[in-house]
Design a protein around this ligand. Structure first.
Ligand SMILES: [Fe+2]
Length: 230
C-alpha cells in the first residue's frame, strides 16, 4: 500500500465529511447575527493556535518537524506587521462588529469543550508523538481551517462590506492553509507526516488522529445547528 496516497485520500474523505456538516452546508440559512456569533466563537479557537503549537513543539522528536512548527508560529507574528490576531479583528470589524463585541466575547460551553479537546488531542505520549500531534494539528488547525473559510468568505462578501482581496485574515488563511497550496502550511506539514508514516501501524495511528481532529471541529459547529432556519 502507498501510505502517502492513502493519507491524502483519507484527508479528502474527512474534508468532505466536514463540509457536509449541517451548519457549513447551510451557512446561507444563518441570520446575520448568528453568523457573527459563530465567528466570535470561532475567533476564540484561533487564539489557541500558538499555545497548541508551542506545547507540541516541546514534545516533538524530529528536528524537521520542530522547524516547521517554529516557522508556523513565526508566520503568526510577522516582525514588521500586525500579527494574525490583529488581522482577525481587522476583518471582523469589516462585518460591523465593534472591538468591544469582538474582544469581550465569552466562550460558550461547547467552545470551551472544543478547546479542551484540542489540548487533550495533543497530549504528550512516548510512542509516535510526532505522527499523532502533527496529524491532529494539520487537520484541526490548517486543512479544515481553509475549508471553513472557503465556505464562510462567500457569505461575508454577500452580506457585508467584505472583500476577499482586501481581507487581512480570512482570505490569507483560506489560501495558505489549503492542502492544495504548494509551500503552504498544511502542504509542509503533510510533507513531514508522510515521511514519518512508513508502516501500516503508523498509518492507522495517523488516520485515527485525523478523524478525531475532524470530529472535534464538527462538534464546535454543532452548537449552531439550531440556528439554521428551516
Ligand atoms: Fe496556518
Amino acid at each position: 500500500m502507498n501510505f502517502s496516497e492513502e493519507l491524502d485520500r483519507y484527508e479528502n474523505v474527512l474534508i468532505n465529511k466536514f463540509k457536509n456538516h449541517v451548519v457549513l452546508k447551510n451557512i446561507s440559512k444563518l441570520s446575520d447575527n448568528n453568523l457573527k456569533r459563530l465567528l466570535l466563537q470561532r475567533r476564540l479557537i484561533s487564539l489557541e493556535f500558538t499555545p497548541l503549537y508551542e506545547q507540541t513543539i516541546c514534545g516533538l522528536e524530529h528536528e524537521e518537524a520542530k522547524k516547521i512548527l517554529r516557522w508556523l508560529i513565526i508566520e503568526e507574528y510577522p516582525p514588521n506587521n500586525q500579527n494574525h490576531r490583529e488581522d482577525l479583528v481587522t476583518d471582523m470589524m469589516k462585518l460591523g462588529l465593534t472591538k468591544k463585541e469582538i474582544l469581550n466575547v465569552k466562550p460558550t460551553t461547547l467552545t470551551n469543550m472544543t478547546i479542551k479537546k484540542l489540548f487533550d488531542s495533543i497530549e504528550y505520549s512516548e510512542n509516535n508523538y510526532d505522527i499523532k500531534a502533527l496529524s491532529t494539528l494539520n487537520i484541526a488547525m490548517e486543512v479544515l481551517v481553509s475549508e471553513e473559510y472557503g465556505v464562510i468568505i462567500p457569505e461575508l462578501q454577500k452580506r457585508f462590506a467584505f472583500n476577499f482581496i482586501g481581507s487581512a485574515f480570512y482570505g490569507p488563511h483560506y489560501q495558505h492553509d489549503s492542502k492544495n497550496t504548494l509551500g503552504g502550511h498544511s502542504n509542509k506539514l503533510n510533507g513531514v507526516i508522510k515521511n514519518f508514516v512508513d508502516s501500516k501501524e503508523k498509518l492507522e495511528i495517523a488516520k485515527n488522529c485525523m478523524a478525531n481532529a475532524c470530529e472535534i471541529k464538527m462538534e464546535f459547529y454543532d452548537q449552531f445547528s439550531n440556528n439554521i432556519s428551516k
